[in-house]
Design a protein around this ligand. Structure first.
Ligand SMILES: [Zn+2]
Length: 248
């Protein structure tokens, strides 16, 4: 298990056990402000190191080992730093140190939130493993691992719209990686595994209809989606059916 996930007692760490801080293989670009922060951090470690040493026999050995490891890292970062003069960089392109302004295109975003939430409902109507999918503003699809045909466009359309009309609440909550691993049935998407490894996974619940890990954007209630319809069901290979939806 990675050390990052073990909240152990620092005093257990001997010098041999303490891993080095990884050094990025990429150019170490810094702004003037970033370089000043690096120096401040380095100087702080140097004085903390000196203080501990001055405390004679009683000094904290594991802490000292940790500081020495960090000093090796920060001295490397200072030596490899490439100072970028941000003021003289071109203004018309995104570059290192640039300040950018991000904006949400709400019309597109809201349409995708509605579509994405509708796909959750589609996956509830068709409870088969999902092998692929795409979300667009006006047309979206899910691919299902279904061995035989016999899907009816109108029937699926009616069921999804019934869930939309019910105006069910869409909730999110976090669970731990361990809770997800203990409940593999929550994962419907075969092609995209939920992002585990950070310790927690976001669960999206459409109350009464659907529950699965998802990092996407959703509306708050299914009524916000508005009416949708299944536009096409295509056969994609022996075991795959591609189901397309759009707003009605
Ligand atoms: Zn989602």
């Amino acid at each position: 298990m990675s050390r990052a996930f073990v909240k152990g007692d620092d005093s257990d760490l001997s010098g041999e056990e303490l891993p080095e801080r990884p050094i990025s293989p990429y150019p170490n670009y810094v702004t003037a402000h970033g370089l000043a922060q690096l120096r401040k951090k380095y100087d702080g470690l140097v004085s903390h190191h000196a203080e501990l040493k001055a405390a004679a026999e009683d000094f904290d050995k594991p802490k000292l080992t940790e500081i020495e490891r960090d000093l090796r890292y920060f001295s490397q970062r200072l030596e490899s730093a490439i100072l970028v003069d941000v003021d003289n960089e071109p203004r018309d392109e995104v570059h290192f140190g640039a300040t950018v302004k991000a904006a949400i295109d709400w019309t597109v975003r809201h349409a995708r939130m509605r579509m994405h939430t509708a796909l959750h409902l589609l996956s509830a109507v068709l409870p088969y493993p999902v092998t692929g999918g795409a979300v667009k503003e006006d047309d979206s699809r899910l691919d299902f691992d279904i061995p035989e045909a016999g899907l009816d466009k109108d029937e699926i359309t009616a069921k999804v719209n019934e869930m939309i009309k019910a105006d069910a609440e869409v909730r999110s909550r976090w669970i731990t990686d361990e809770e997800l691993e203990a409940n593999p049935g929550l994962v419907k998407t075969m092609s995209v595994k939920p992002p585990i490894g950070t310790g927690r996974v976001r669960l999206i619940e459409i109350v009464g209809y659907d529950l699965q890990p998802c990092g996407g954007t959703h509306v708050r209630r299914t009524g916000e989606i508005g009416a949708v319809r299944v536009t096409q069901i295509e056969k994609k290979g022996k075991q795959n059916r591609r189901v397309r939806i759009s707003f009605a």
